[in-house]
Design a protein around this ligand. Structure first.
Ligand code: AMP
Length: 570
């Protein structure tokens, strides 16, 4: 790798190096989307929480592009080594345990979220690297004494993927289709587009992961079926029902839980292991991040091993020293024991599936096939429970780690072709307005087919009101402040008049990729503004603006609440 100011730099990024001495500028593409060629192959990218995967269509067949090290996926991990060397993918994962504070993982859970949003505040302490606020109120990470936005972190992963694809295809790659979770909101989708641009990629289309998985299953097969895509990955769970009619892939219902993924299965096992260790040794491991990282890795490995074996051992030699003597952690765990620890998590996924079907008055008998996506679906308990619930086993021919990337590649390949596929998606979570007092009024309901447009008229509510401000939220709670804050729609320059005198027409427009644009038009003056939804309102400012109390606390979902400590003796 070429070295720049003593640092290893990804060769593709060097292509975009400006003459500036700023290292970040050398890492990221500085141009505009129009500067990127419209020619060349379009690659499909599944930008995952844990792993990412790239696929292309070669001689009419989809194919996963192997990583530099011969794997079909690359870990979505970015790090700086002690020597300040930038590491992406496997090299970053390999040193993670020794260098947890300079290793960024799980960026997908943070990208496009405001630092002060409830979710970031809730999860930021679970990461071992430091998460900071950008001047615009976004979330960023601070590693190796530098600050990177989550878009930049994701861009580094995308650049690595782009490099691999270029090497494989022996030609430059400028274009991509990238998948995102169905529940991603407008800002998260936009942030992925921005990450693509920073990696020098023209993002031709953002596609929802379940739709991509359905494409991998049904593309070109001329089927007419109703599918349920069960997607349990590292951080989140999504369930979607799609109707496939030959080349038309229509999502009819979608739902999920952004706080339910492999990491919760790991945490449940970790909790069990450190409790047992405490009972034996009276040593509390929870406060040492390095020891906890070792326990975390060993537990995740044990969880994966138990998908193949009925029992396994968790062995961590020399975990710590007491009185000059080394202490090892050694425990045996059986598949049955793991199953009983995590059964509540699996039942929660079935509850989501049921709600998603119920939203369309569907019964489990109405589902022709269940497709499994995400690494966690390798767990035998999940197969067993789905088989029992649906009365038939889930479909097995779609690869859980590769299906989404394959689907993105197939979609990319179909662009401009005679039999191009048609995708019809839906809005995953309602979008609406926060009213004074804090009530959330949905404007666009969940499961609304996209694209979609809605206009309605509102009026000034105070005498001599010169500015109209409406905070926009997305989520399922009736309390606006418990939902994701998307920004404030603001129309200024209204001429002073008695309340109600000025009527304002609001237009909410969602693209087929679920990107939101808003327009406000003063019907008296004709003044119109398209609204940029990015403000830096804090929860305090918002609760003042709405004259509503902040939600008391950020309650963790039941399955994630810590158990009492110290654990009672058995
Ligand atoms: P994904 O985000 O789809 O890459 O899924 C990653 C999650 O799948 C992580 O929590 C992994 O621990 C989990 N996973 C991967 N392989 C297995 C396996 N064989 N058994 C159980 N979980 C697995």
């Amino acid at each position: 790798m070429p070295t720049l100011q003593g640092q290893a730099v990804n060769p593709t990024m060097m292509q975009f190096a400006s003459l500036s001495s700023h290292r970040e500028e050398l890492l990221f593409f500085q141009g505009k989307i129009e500067d990127i060629p419209l020619t060349g192959p379009i690659i499909g990218i599944d930008l995952g929480t844990t792993n990412s995967c790239c696929a292309i269509v070669e001689e009419g067949r989809p194919k996963v592009v192997p990583s530099r090290f011969g794997y079909n996926t690359i870990p979505s991990i970015v790090a700086f080594s002690d020597e300040h060397e930038l590491l992406i993918g496997h090299p970053a994962k390999n040193q993670m345990m020794l260098n947890p504070r300079n290793t960024v993982y799980g960026a997908k859970r943070l990208i496009g979220r405001k630092y002060r949003s409830r979710i970031v505040q809730l999860i930021k302490d679970r990461f071992l690297y430091s998460i900071v606020e950008t001047p615009q109120g976004g979330s960023a990470v601070h590693i190796d004494e530098k600050t990177f936005t989550l878009e930049q972190i994701s861009a580094l992963i995308l650049s690595e993927i782009r490099d691999i694809a270029q090497e494989y295809l022996h030609q430059p790659v400028h274009r991509a289709v990238i998948s995102v979770p169905a529940h991603y909101n407008d800002q998260q989708r936009q942030a992925v587009r921005d990450a693509g641009l920073l990696a020098g990629l023209r993002v031709e289309r953002i596609v929802n992961e379940p739709t991509a998985a359905a494409l991998a299953y049904g593309f070109g097969r001329g089927i007419q079926q109703r599918l349920l895509v069960y997607d349990l990955g590292g951080g989140t769970f999504d369930a979607s029902v799609l109707e496939v009619d030959k080349d038309v892939f229509e999502v009819i219902s979608t739902g999920g839980n952004t706080f339910l993924g492999g990491v919760d299965f790991d945490n449940t096992l970790i909790d069990h292991v450190i409790r047992d260790f405490y009972r034996e040794t009276q040593i509390d491991l929870r406060n040492d991040p390095i020891q906890m990282q070792r326990v975390r890795d060993a537990c995740e490995k044990a969880k994966c091993d138990l998908s193949m074996e009925k029992r396994t051992r968790i062995n961590i030699p020399y975990l710590l020293q007491r009185g000059g003597k080394p202490i090892h952690l050694e425990q045996e765990i059986t598949r049955d024991a793991l199953n009983s620890l995590v059964k509540g998590l699996v039942e929660e996924t079935l509850r989501v599936c049921e709600a998603v079907m119920k939203a369309r008055e569907l019964k489990k008998e109405d589902i022709d096939e269940v497709l499994l996506v995400g690494g966690m679906t390798r767990m035998p308990l999940i197969h067993e429970r789905l088989t029992a619930y649906f009365g038939k086993p889930p479909h097995r021919n779609v690869h859980p780690d590769e299906a989404v990337a394959i689907g993105t590649a197939l979609l990319a390949h179909s662009f401009g072709k005679k039999n191009a596929v048609r995708l019809i998606d839906v809005l995953a979570l309602p979008i609406g307005i926060g009213l004074p007092g804090g009530r959330f009024v949905p404007v666009i309901a969940a499961n609304t087919p996209l694209p979609f447009e809605k206009n309605f008229v509102t009026a000034t509510t105070r005498d001599n009101q010169t500015v109209l401000e409406l905070p926009i939220f997305q989520g399922e709670s009736q309390n606006a402040l418990e939902n994701e804050y998307l920004g404030t729609l603001r129309l200024a320059g209204i001429q002073p008049a008695p309340k109600g005198a000025h009527k304002v027409e609001l237009q909410f427009k969602l693209s087929n990729e679920c990107l939101l644009t808003l327009r406000a038009t003063n019907l008296q003056s004709g003044q119109s503004e398209s609204v940029v939804l990015s403000t830096k309102d804090t929860p305090d400012e918002l609760s003042q603006q709405l004259n509503a109390p902040k939600p008391e606390s950020s309650p963790l979902p039941a399955h994630q609440r810590p158990l009492p400590w110290p654990p009672p003796a058995r």
